[in-house]
Design a protein around this ligand. Sequence first.
Ligand SMILES: Cc1cc2nc3c(=O)[nH]c(=O)nc-3n(C[C@H](O)[C@H](O)[C@H](O)COP(=O)(O)OP(=O)(O)OC[C@H]3O[C@@H](n4cnc5c(N)ncnc54)[C@H](O)[C@@H]3O)c2cc1C
Length: 338
Amino acid sequence: MNITSNISLKPYNTFGMDVTAKYFAAVKSVEDIQDVLLDPVCINHEKIILGGGSNVLFTSNIEALIIKNEIPGIELLNQDEEHVYIKVGAGVNWHQFVMYCIENNYSGVENLALIPGNIGASPMQNIGAYGVEIKDVFHSLEAVSMQDKNLVTFHHKDCAFDYRESVFKNKYKNQFIITSVTYRLNKTPHYNISYGAIGAELEKMNVQDVSIQSIAKAVMNIRTSKLPDPKIIGNAGSFFKNPEISSTHFNNLKKYFPDIVGYSKSDDTVKVAAGWLIEQCGWKGYREGDAGCYDKQSLVLVNYGHAKGIDIFSLSEKIMESVHQKFDIFLHREVNIF
Ligand SMILES: Cc1cc2nc3c(=O)[nH]c(=O)nc-3n(C[C@H](O)[C@H](O)[C@H](O)COP(=O)(O)OP(=O)(O)OC[C@H]3O[C@@H](n4cnc5c(N)ncnc54)[C@H](O)[C@@H]3O)c2cc1C
């Protein structure tokens, strides 16, 4: 396997951070990964797995070995009356897979159209949007153990999926390289348009008969109108997760902030809209040099050109501190910091 040195990571992260990786290897198969893991550079250095780089913030040059996962392939594995099982290489672009499903009339991922990044990170992050999460269509995945280099299968129950969380971000952090994911999709569509903005967009598009095609189109329209295109303004999507607080805390806050936005969960907690909290603290549209809080969506921190990772990180600290002071709520970052 070819491991190169001193590579600029600028093309490999959507924040556009111009940092250098001391070591870099692109892998295209399970065997490539097993080879890299035997290399002395790999044995003697920390390792960071990279997909599309759309959920990472590099705050300095990287001394570790970057293993960029480029495993290709979309394969129809199996089917029964109701479902198809599709195995996808970890290096396949997520939206390309969504488009493949739509062309073939497989439903389940249409609400997740246009999410940047690759297949490999989708279960790790349990990506989600517009009322759907990857856990809803996940069947299993294969991953190489960084310890013994074996290929291991994880089923749904092994992954401990939660809101933007999985076992790969916690218990097994930095222990497995995901090589493929198998999704279970529906042959007969189950539409999920309960998320307000989708219904309104379908109406605006004058759609009479809802289909997975029209839902994906509506989602793409909403996303392009609200979110900055990383090719133009560097960003990694939502920088923070929506915090969950007790219903007592929420009800107390509601007395002082009647407009606070929250969704009750079944376990007596409330998920609060982090964007609303950040906006109330006056950050929406704020800019400090080239680091900023996006003016159309305060959950998104942006690099207007030459911000450094540390500038974005410091801004996130200030935002977290002010939200804590005003609402007694701790925000947690969704983006992976390196
Ligand atoms: C404009 C924009 C909008 C976004 N909207 C959404 C959204 O609506 N919903 C949502 O959930 N996310 C959203 N995101 C975040 C991002 O798209 C997802 O988190 C995506 O899954 C990241 O994929 P990636 O391949 O770019 O991962 P990377 O950024 O490369 O990696 C993310 C993390 O996963 C690890 N990782 C990556 N690949 C593997 C692998 N094969 N094996 C093990 N670990 C791995 C990395 O080490 C890192 O810790 C958005 C981002 C942007 C820029």
